[in-house]
Design a protein around this ligand. Structure first.
Ligand code: PLP
Length: 414
């Protein structure tokens, strides 16, 4: 097939920016030292790791030791949820391993009903272990119900996790408003819990992710959605006190930390995530964050224009098309339903025409399960199974949209 390929699945993943690739390259072959080694080679790796951490911390308004690198955003969110729950077991001094007791008797976690699987499945797994999980509904525009959040807070609530922007429908959640509700609750109750976590994986490219402006205690990011490499993510954790390597190795925690590692070993990442740091990927992550930061506002405006154009052209071409487009969504994600067509139909036909889109979440496609996000919006089965997600990115031009409409007409009208 000699048709120009058009990739419109940027919310699933992005290609590595050439400048990111260039920054990473030396760390694969020339500077391949282990940051745990004492020799010069190791020191070179530590310097690269420190610099990457510094760049990233600065870009989100965090401190150096508040950034924990992980193998993915999924792992970072697992660390947030599981790591907090693990600290609830305190040890009696002198009787380590025995007499474990809970500071909080009935721990509660609150999450939104439209979280990514990395949060949703982790919360469900913790539920199996006896943790109470409250799922906060969303309105028909996909926005979490703030009154329900308020109502669900109790003195056993240890964590609230609400994503900044959704990967399937692009809806942006009111993170700083939720932060205010939580901080008010904590002030009144004079307690340190609940902590507030947000998954900002999709939001980072376009929205303000300064943790102080957002008012979050924990935040998850991923490199491969922002033109960085796959296989690296991070967890920001506010005011984290590094564990000593020795104690971390034994899995023993200082009582003053609210997080416990879920991967133990050599004590890397201040004791919170053992395993030799992947320097090339981490360096690439930092470079990707720098580059996205430089272009954020400009890209936001450009992407909005592309989305508006697509919206209008789509309406013109297909009179019965249903578009999920509440005003508060990311500028690059648009969820569409062509009545009478299943998502699979549209996806396969478009793929044959050289256009790559998806039905929602990348994981869902493979598992062929029904989207919990669209379910939470109250969509009927037919609408859920017919949902097509178009997601635009740095290389999407107006011409691509014109071409998309042309090919859509061809596959849907023929
Ligand atoms: N959170 C959101 C909102 C996502 O869209 C994704 C990726 O699909 C993830 C988390 C998981 O990211 P990673 O692939 O780095 O684990």
């Amino acid at each position: 097939m000699n048709k120009r390929k058009i990739y419109l699945d940027y919310a699933a993943t992005t290609s590595v920016d050439p400048l990111v690739f260039k920054a990473m390259l030396p760390y694969f072959r020339e500077k391949y030292g282990n940051p745990g080694s004492l020799h010069k080679f190791g020191q070179e790796a530590i310097a690269a790791l420190d610099k990457a951490r510094e760049i990233i911390a600065k870009s989100i308004g965090a401190n150096f030791n508040e950034i924990i690198f992980t193998g993915s955003a999924t792992e970072a969110s697992n660390l947030a949820l599981r790591g907090i729950i693990k600290t609830l077991r305190i040890f009696d001094a002198g009787k380590i391993g025995k007499n474990q007791k809970y500071l909080i008797q009935n721990p509660r976690i609150i999450i939104s009903a439209i979280e990514h699987e990395s949060i949703l499945e982790t919360a469900k797994d913790l539920e199996q272990d006896g943790i109470e999980v409250i799922f906060i509904p969303v309105n028909k525009e996909g926005v979490v119900d703030l009154r329900e959040i308020k109502k669900s807070l109790n003195d056993q609530t240890v964590l609230i996790s609400v994503m900044y922007a959704n990967n399937e429908i692009g809806v942006i959640e009111p993170i700083s408003e939720i932060a205010k509700i939580i901080s008010e609750f904590k002030k009144n109750k004079k307690q340190i819990y609940p902590l507030f976590h947000t998954d900002a994986v999709q939001a980072f490219q376009f929205l303000d992710c300064n943790v102080n402006n957002l008012g979050v205690d924990l935040m998850t990011l991923s490199a491969h959605k922002i033109y960085g490499p796959k296989g690296v993510g991070l967890l920001y954790a506010k005011g984290l006190k590094p564990l000593s390597n020795e104690l971390a190795r034994k899995g023993i925690l200082f009582n003053n930390s609210f997080l416990k590692p879920i991967i133990t070993g050599g004590g890397q990442e201040f004791g919170f995530r053992s395993g030799t740091e992947n320097i090339p990927l981490i360096v690439g992550f930092a470079r990707a964050i720098q580059l996205v930061g430089q272009k954020k506002l400009k890209e936001l405006k450009r992407m909005r224009k592309i989305k508006d154009f697509f919206y209008k052209e789509l309406r013109k071409a297909f009179s019965d098309v249903q578009i999920f487009n509440c005003y508060n969504t990311l500028p690059n994600i648009i969820s569409v339903y062509f009545p009478g067509f299943s998502a699979q139909d549209v996806l396969i036909k478009l793929d044959q025409e050289g256009i790559e889109v998806s039905s929602g979440s990348a994981c869902l496609m493979r598992a062929a399960t029904k989207s919990h996000v669209l379910g939470a919006l109250g969509f009927k089965n037919e609408r859920i199974l017919g949902n097509v997600r178009f997601s635009f990115g740095r290389y999407t031009k107006k011409d691509d949209i014109k071409e998309l409409i042309k090919r859509l007409k061809k596959v849907l009208f023929n």
